[in-house]
Ligand binder design. Sequence first.
Ligand code: FES
Length: 142
Amino acid sequence: MISHYPNKEAALLPILHLAQKEQGFISASTEKQVAKILEISPAKVHEVVTFYTMYNRKPVGKYHIQVCANLSCSLLGAGSLIEYLGGKLGIQPGETTEDDRFTLTLVQCLGACEQAPCFMINFDYYGDLDETKIDEILDKLE
Ligand code: FES
């Protein structure tokens, strides 16, 4: 992978994606390993991992629900939908269900404001959400 980039550091994001794909999240030890491989400081890797919400810093469930809590979504009811989702799943934002099926995370703008309120489940977007639509989406995952 490194050979596809002009220098080792330029491969940082794709290598972190690969590590997350294999391990499900980026641990502190993974950050150190990546830093060593790319010959950059562990602090640099940590900065990137903590800046981008796409990198999980702890294990997540099979279905990672990332709910947008930014302005457009909030104005169109994201707050009540987050409460509804939390109640339905029995978890608070930042938590994973006991069966490791669902993790609920609040994120900033998903870049789909025209479909507010919205969330992502793993890599799929869902917009114009309401409680009925959330029920339908989650039922299809069962
Ligand atoms: S504010 Fe929610 S997608 Fe932009």
